[in-house]
Write a protein that binds this ligand. Structure first.
Ligand code: FNU
Length: 237
């Protein structure tokens, strides 16, 4: 699909051949639903799913409500779920984490790259067996990532390319880095970018290099999540 600005790919296997299914991220915004209670999560989703169709959930919600929250959200809302579990273990353990998470209904899962090729490959293969896909985390958005992750993040992106990974996470707070990562992974890859809003990133700037912006607190902590979301969408169109 040519317009990589609006889609991320999901790999399926047909007759042992890999194909990329293209999934749309509505309005190029992914909601990071880092609330801790189901009631709050559902309330935010009720207010926002008119304007978005992809959400990211992480440990905040899954540890307090249990992993079945993934299934429950899928049953009640028409959204794609990216599980932000930043998987970073040995290959055998990674395989179990990815398989279980995707079996709960997540459409995709975020995986750390710094653990290396064998660990990442285990995640990729586990996802592909379920006709799903992973996002490879290259560099992170917070200042502390500059010390250990920044020196290796471009190598992580290159490793992703070498492994045939199509979906990446790269920071909205460090546009020079995001740009470099885009150059490495190419225009056909799909980059989602956290750090817009509270962490200082700006959606419009981020989307010059990324395909979708991940936004959490600015939306779910605002008095009117739907108005905030509408304003962000207006700012990027
Ligand atoms: P908000 N997140 C991040 N930086 O912020 N997955 C990264 O480098 C990264 C992430 C997540 O600041 C973070 O955990 F790889 O409230 C949170 O869920 O907009 C979201 O992106 C940002 O949330």
């Amino acid at each position: 699909m040519k317009n990589s600005k609006k889609y991320y790919s999901d790999t399926i296997l047909i007759k042992n051949k890999k194909y990329n299914i293209i999934m749309k991220v509505k309005n190029q915004i992914i909601l990071a639903l880092d609330v801790e209670k189901k009631i709050k999560a559902f309330s935010i989703l009720e207010k926002t799913t008119k304007y978005l169709d992809t959400i990211k959930i992480g440990y905040s919600l899954t540890l307090s409500e249990g992993p079945k929250i993934i299934t429950e959200i899928k049953e009640n809302f028409n959204v794609k779920i990216i599980a932000d579990f930043k998987v970073a273990d040995i290959d055998a353990t990674n395989e179990k984490i990815v398989r279980n998470t995707l079996n709960y209904g997540a459409d995709s899962i975020i995986v750390h790259g710094f653990v290396g090729e064998d660990s990442v490959t285990a995640c990729k293969e586990a996802a592909e067996k379920l006709n799903k896909d992973i996002f490879l985390l290259t560099e992170m958005s917070h200042p502390g990532a500059d010390k250990f992750l920044k020196p290796i993040s471009l190598d992580i992106a290159q490793m992703g390319v070498d492994l045939g990974i199509k979906n990446y996470v790269a920071p909205a707070t460090k546009l020079d880095r995001l740009k470099k990562i885009r150059e490495i992974v190419g225009q056909d890859s799909f980059i989602i970018s956290p750090g817009v809003g509270v962490q200082g990133g700006v959606a419009k700037e981020t989307l010059k290099y990324a395909d979708a912006a991940i936004i959490g607190r600015s939306i779910y902590n605002s008095e009117s999540p739907q108005d905030t979301l509408k304003n962000i969408i207006k700012s990027i169109s």
